[in-house]
Design a protein around this ligand. Structure first.
Ligand code: AMP
Length: 415
């Protein structure tokens, strides 16, 4: 089957076409046929498209909304210009898999989208006001443009974390707030953490129930997940993606009293403070320079910029603190696994996070760590290291495509 995987953000649309099927999954032989990114979808959009084996196509085009963006993608996919293998018409797209950020408590696995599911995703808008509306726009547009005969599947960022025990997901605030408003930790990046755990299991040749690891997704957004017997038992993002690690522009953990304090001192509204915590904090807020880790590392190396160093050090300190906490929570783990733009590409950040973890048995192999960049996958700890470390480039789109096939064919999920 050819699966169109859509990831619709508030002002962007990312897509891939993946050829997969039950036997291809079994053989790990699924293939990406094309991918692309449309930025600034409301306005003069920047469009990047690429069929596998072909050169990237870049262009600008005025787009009004997500429907226009998906229409533009579909027109390119079936055009002779794209040269995508085996796709000549829309009939060659057999199903669509959507990344949906918030599934609330209702969705614990991927589901076939029907009117009732759309209604429930709408109900979850108040939990993810920035994300779920864009995801819904993508669903409605794909349904309209491809017709009701093409099945669509929702794959939720929160679903993998639905196995967390109440001791992890409840906040220590009056319990009736959970009862009344479902205020709790949901966790995000679930598809990424699930993929990393799945690859780790494959690399080690072990059963799902034997996976006891800590996964770190370190990109512009960052989260850690404690995985016990193959299931998420805790994660650093919370009710929203703001909690936990230091991220590109999000501050992660802080004392909630600061909101009232900042409101009084700075004369800001709660909404403005919320924006500040989400968009102007984290690496950007501390450094005052950029949310981009690569640029911060350059500033530190070339100009010895004090605040760039501080931002990097706080980032690594927070990550290390979570590793320690989750090792205690898991009563020990077999490995920590890095993914995301930073986790997959920055040997120096991995080294700085792991510095000081030798006492708990983690010993990085310097040359393996340095070599494991640019999409490479493998172990970066020494042969004697009691706690292992891995780099596992994430691939959420592949899991979304596979979930879509299994859901459409009504085959239970295995990973
Ligand atoms: P993502 O959101 O997963 O695309 O990750 C984006 C983050 O990865 C940005 O902070 C980038 O600066 C960072 N990144 C990508 N490549 C590198 C690299 N070689 N060294 C350090 N950070 C990198």
């Amino acid at each position: 089957m050819n699966i169109l995987v859509l990831n619709c953000g508030s002002s962007s649309v990312k897509f891939q076409i993946i050829e997969t099927d039950l036997d291809l999954i079994e053989k790990n032989a699924d293939r990406r046929l094309a991918s692309g990114l449309l930025e600034r979808v409301i306005g003069q959009a920047l469009i990047t498209l690429q069929a596998e084996g072909q050169a990237k196509v870049r262009r600008a085009e005025p787009l009004r909304d997500h429907r226009d963006a998906i229409d533009c993608v579909l027109r390119w996919i079936i055009s002779p210009e794209s040269k995508i293998n085996n796709i000549n018409s829309l009939a060659d797209i057999h199903a669509v898999g959507h990344r949906v950020v918030h599934g609330g408590e209702k969705f614990t696995k991927s589901v076939l989208i029907d009117d009732a599911v759309i209604e429930q995703i709408e109900d979850n808008i108040e939990l993810a006001p920035l994300h779920n509306p864009a995801n819904l726009k993508g669903i409605m547009a794909a349904r309209e443009l491809l017709g009701p005969g093409v099945p669509q599947v929702a794959v939720f960022d929160t679903a993998f974390h639905s196995t967390m025990p109440d001791t992890s997901y409840l906040y220590a605030i009056p319990y009736q707030l959970y009862r009344r408003h479902r205020i709790r930790r949901y966790g995000f990046h679930g598809t990424s953490h699930r993929y990393i755990a799945y690859r780790y299991r494959q690399l080690k040749g072990i059963k799902r129930e034997e996976v006891n690891i800590i996964t770190l997704h370190l990109g512009n957004g960052c989260s850690v997940c404690a995985i016990k017997n193959g299931q998420s038992v805790d994660t650093s993002m919370g009710f929203t993606p703001l909690e936990g690690l230091v991220m590109g522009t999000r501050g992660g953990d802080m004392d909630p009293s600061l909101i009232e304090f900042i409101r009084n001192k700075e004369g800001m509204s709660v909404r403005e403070i919320d924006t500040m915590l989400n968009k102007q904090s984290g690496l950007l807020g501390i450094s005052g320079l950029t949310n981009d880790m690569r640029e911060l590392l350059d500033e530190e190396a070339e100009n010895q910029d004090r605040r760039a160093s501080l931002a990097i050090n706080i980032f690594c300190h927070r990550a290390r603190k979570y590793i320690g906490a989750y090792l205690a929570e898991l009563a020990g783990a077999d490995a920590i696994c890095f993914a995301g733009g930073i986790g997959e590409n920055s040997a120096i950040i991995r080294e700085r996070i792991c510095t000081g973890l030798a006492w708990m048995g983690l010993e990085l192999d310097k040359s393996r760590n340095t070599a494991m960049v640019g999409g490479k996958e493998g172990e970066i700890s020494t042969a004697n290291s009691r706690l292992k470390a891995f780099v596992i480039p994430t691939n959420e789109e592949l899991l979304i495509a596979r979930d879509t096939v299994r859901t459409v064919k009504n085959v239970p999920r295995r990973w």
